[in-house]
Write a protein that binds this ligand. Structure first.
Ligand code: HEC
Length: 152
């Protein structure tokens, strides 16, 4: 039953994001056309502005945690050393929220263009796979990362 509810929740999220994506994509095209994006610490992708919650949203943290356990935990630990990918300890202090969400939702372009992502690739020698994480799910994961860094 719990599983079903979670699944339904995720399905709703994906649906909601699908709608959002469409208008975002339009905006991105309108602004991205004149010149290629300069190198910047927000990374490359659709995410140009993230508003953070204060205090953090507990519901989002729980959703983000569930996605982490399903899709990310095999390669990322929450503290300590790198496994396949870097530990998430301090990631929200090292990176801008926009950079993190672009890395999650647009990893192929990030690895191709973003100098910081490329440095990680040199260290880790493995490409993070594109897992088709929606923007809504990436936002929940970011909330979970922020709570992981605040917990210390
Ligand atoms: C198969 C292993 C693997 C999985 C699964 C994976 N990653 Fe990664 N991740 C990596 C690697 C390796 C890097 C370093 C960049 C590279 O080499 O591609 C990375 C880098 C990152 C970074 C940048 C970290 C930093 O220190 O700046 C973030 C953020 C990230 N991943 C988020 C995620 C999220 C969210 C998920 C789950 C939806 C996920 N990753 C799943 C391997 C993985």
């Amino acid at each position: 039953m719990k599983k079903y509810v979670l699944f339904f929740g995720l399905a709703l999220l994906v649906f909601a994001c699908g709608q959002k994506n469409e208008s975002n994509a339009g905006d991105a095209q309108a602004t991205a056309n004149p010149s290629p994006a300069p190198a910047n610490d927000k990374g490359y992708g659709e995410i140009t502005n993230v508003t953070l919650n204060d205090p953090l949203d507990q519901g989002m943290i729980q959703k983000g945690k569930a996605i982490y356990e399903m899709k990310c935990a095999a390669c990322h630990k929450l503290t300590g050393a790198r496994v396949v990918g870097p530990s998430w300890e301090g990631v929200t202090e090292r990176r801008k929220p926009e950079w993190i969400m672009n890395m999650i939702t647009n990893v192929d372009v990030m690895l191709e263009k973003d100098p910081e992502a490329q440095k990680l690739l040199e260290e880790c020698l493995t490409r993070m796979p594109n897992q088709n994480v929606s923007i809504g799910d990436a936002r929940d994961i970011l909330e979970f990362m922020l709570s992981n860094d605040q917990a210390k």
